[in-house]
Ligand binder design. Structure first.
Ligand SMILES: O=C1O[C@H](COP(=O)(O)O)[C@@H](O)[C@H](O)[C@H]1O
Length: 231
């Protein structure tokens, strides 16, 4: 079960979490010569990414990828890659290796094979996986009730990514699969606002992963999960 940590404000949370992520990456570099970081998009992590970009470490030894991507052009305002390029992959962090999930295929389903090939460069286990959560209980792009959710949640699957068409949100997506998301030394779930806290509490009580896929991350024993929340 996840450990819930409440902060007095976004500034305190972002300062704490950017420091923890940077420390974990430094440790990965010291122990193994390289580190890997899986991050989410959406609105919540923007300021965290700006603070993380100021952390001093050897970013050239870090591989970064997204937990999920919306299948839009990378200059589209909904692109998670665009958000990450503008907020995190700046200055020294531009030396990191970034693995994009979006490619030139017209649909995410058509882009799966190419995205799988790109993800072969992702060193697992990741040092840190940073996830968010939607009001519908999705995390990454594991959306409730979506057609490919069973494949994406399959812990025995060797697939690294799966195309998803959400029922509860616009845009086709590419998501990392559950076994990849859990193949991490530590997972942080970053939440802001009372509404997300309510959703989290509902998710933490139940077991149906099809209804709230974030439960597959919260209710597992494989990987330590910290839920970082602020109003
Ligand atoms: O669509 C997405 O939503 C979740 C949550 O986003 P937020 O805007 O509420 O922070 C995000 O974690 C995911 O990466 C994104 O693609």
């Amino acid at each position: 079960m996840a450990n819930f940590v409440e902060f007095s404000g976004a500034a305190a949370l972002n300062q704490n979490l950017s420091g923890k992520i940077a420390d974990a990456l430094r440790q990965g570099i010291a122990d193994r010569g390289q580190a890997s970081l899986i991050i989410s998009g959406g609105r919540t992590p923007l300021e965290l990414f700006r603070q993380l970009a100021r952390q001093e470490l050897d970013w050239s030894r870090v591989v970064i990828t997204l937990a999920d991507e919306r299948w839009v052009a990378t200059d589209n305002g909904s692109s998670n890659e665009k958000l990450v390029r503008n907020s995190l992959l700046q200055g020294e962090v531009a030396k990191a290796t970034f693995i994009a999930l979006k490619n030139d295929a017209v649909t995410a389903a058509e882009g799966e094979i190419q995205a799988e090939k790109a993800l072969a460069a992702l060193v697992l286990p990741a040092d840190i996986t940073l996830l968010g959560m939607g009001d519908d209980g999705h995390t990454a792009s594991l959306f409730p009730g979506s057609a490919n959710l069973v494949q994406a949640l399959d812990l025995h699957s060797t697939r690294r990514c799966v195309a998803i068409t959400p029922l509860t949100a616009p845009l086709e997506r590419m998501t990392l699969t559950l076994p990849v998301l859990l193949d991490s030394r530590r997972i942080y779930v970053l939440l802001a606002g009372e509404a997300k806290r309510d959703v989290y509490e509902r998710a933490a009580k139940g077991t149906d992963q099809n209804e709230m896929p974030v439960r597959a991350v919260l209710n597992q024993q494989q990987t330590p999960v910290e839920v970082y929340w602020t109003a």
